[in-house]
Design a protein around this ligand. Structure first.
Ligand SMILES: Nc1ncnc2c1ncn2[C@@H]1O[C@H](COP(=O)(O)OP(=O)(O)OP(=O)(O)O)[C@@H](O)[C@H]1O
Ligand SMILES: [Mg+2]
Length: 376
């Protein structure tokens, strides 16, 4: 049995109450990767989604809180965890009452969602992200921001501040307001928060590039760049961003929204060895590029802070050939990361053996049940 390296971040206990198909699910975890296998609809993704809500935002399916309550019943839902972190144990809890917003408690006290990022860096890959490289920029920007949040816990607060100021500015634009002082105040706030966003993202991409250089990995290195749509400037600092926004006021008024700024950023990736843009790679190759970035992020974070993030890898095994699957397991084990891995059958995880904790997930009458089992 391989014990997790000392001090590696992991969830030591997880409890789901009235969450999707989980009426009351409890897991005791020891820090090894967690394998969840079972038939379609058993409730595997539900567990990963619950874990993803121990991070700021709307979780790995971007669902509204009301959608997460177990139906029928429409009671509120709750997810609670004991987090074993480097500075000791923390109790994390998130819940939503019917019709109410999601709430967070850390060590028993109410806390803002963004505070979760400081305690529990986390990254995920889901089947919906298979099309990430060929769909709209929003998905890639969200992925980049999720990676950035692992290194820069202030990224969440900066994003909230930027978006709030932008929403107010957009309202002025739509109302046709002309008060320059009002615009200037909002543009100053967008400039300050936007400069943080841009700098955090740029530093993260630099780290990922560095972590891929010379790394012993079976996954392809990606050349990365943060891009903006044509005609959108990339101002150097807060004042320059605020000034660019001020210059764009009349154009933005015509459009009824803010056209330029870091909310338009995109992440461009090229399979470096083949000079092949990600969008033109095969489906499996596109997945491999995403995994490569997740693993690079985990290596860089472990090198910097002593611990990799918690990883949620939904249905990743099924998309990889046997060699890549074995390589993924070897890299996850070497990192000492608590990776949650799902798949339909245990055979997909055969190479992990006692290096992982495995649970069979089954569904009866719409309710999920988990039981811990050894892997073959
Ligand atoms: N709010 C809800 N209340 C009750 N059940 C729900 C709710 N939302 C989703 N479900 C059901 O929960 C079940 C488990 O979903 P989940 O996505 O966790 O399955 P899964 O094991 O990941 O399946 P797959 O292998 O197909 O990905 C599904 O049958 C789904 O319809
Ligand atoms: Mg699933």
């Amino acid at each position: 049995m391989t014990a997790p390296a000392a001090g590696r971040l992991h969830l030591a206990a997880l409890r789901l109450a009235e969450f999707r198909s989980h009426a009351a699910t409890r897991l005791a975890l020891d820090g090894r990767p967690v394998v969840l296998f079972g038939p379609n609809g058993a409730g595997k993704t539900g567990v990963l989604e619950a874990v993803s809500l121990l991070s700021p935002g709307r979780g790995l399916r971007h669902a509204a809180p009301a959608e997460l309550a177990r139906a029928p019943g429409a009671l509120g839902w709750k997810v609670a965890a004991v987090l074993a972190a480097q500075d000791g144990r923390h109790e994390l809890e998130t819940s939503a009452a019917p019709e109410a917003a999601r709430e967070v408690r850390i060590d028993g006290k109410p806390a803002p969602q963004t505070a979760l990022a400081r305690l529990c860096p986390m990254l995920w890959l889901t089947p919906a992200m298979d099309r990430l490289w060929i769909e709209a920029a929003e998905g890639r920007r969200r992925f980049l921001d999720r990676m950035t949040l692992c290194f820069h816990a202030d990224h969440g607060e900066a994003a909230v501040a930027y978006e709030k100021a932008m929403r107010e500015r957009n309202r002025l634009l739509r109302d046709g307001a002309a008060d320059p002082l009002w615009y200037a105040a909002l543009e100053a706030r967008m400039g300050a928060a936007g400069a943080v966003l841009a700098a955090n993202r740029a530093r993260t991409v630099a780290r990922l590039v560095q972590a891929q250089e010379g790394a012993a990995t079976a996954f392809p290195a990606a050349a990365l760049a943060i891009t903006l749509p044509e005609g959108v400037e990339a101002p150097a600092d807060a004042a320059a961003l605020a000034a660019a926004l001020a210059r764009g006021r009349s154009r933005d008024r015509d459009a009824g929204r803010t056209l330029a700024g870091p909310h338009r950023a995109d992440l461009a990736a090229v399979w470096a060895d083949r000079a092949m843009p990600a969008a033109r790679c095969s489906t499996g190759e596109q997945k491999a590029l995403l995994l490569s970035l997740v693993l690079a992020n985990a290596r860089a974070l472990a090198a910097e802070t002593g611990t990799p993030p918690v990883l949620l890898l939904d249905e990743v095994a099924a998309h990889l050939d046997a060699a890549r699957r074995a390589a993924l397991y070897a890299e996850v084990a070497a990192l000492g990361a608590q990776a949650f891995l799902t798949g339909t059958g245990p055979e997909l995880f055969a190479g992990l053996g006692a290096r992982a904790q495995a649970f069979a997930v089954a569904e009866t009458g719409g309710l999920s049940h988990l039981s811990e089992v050894p892997l073959p």
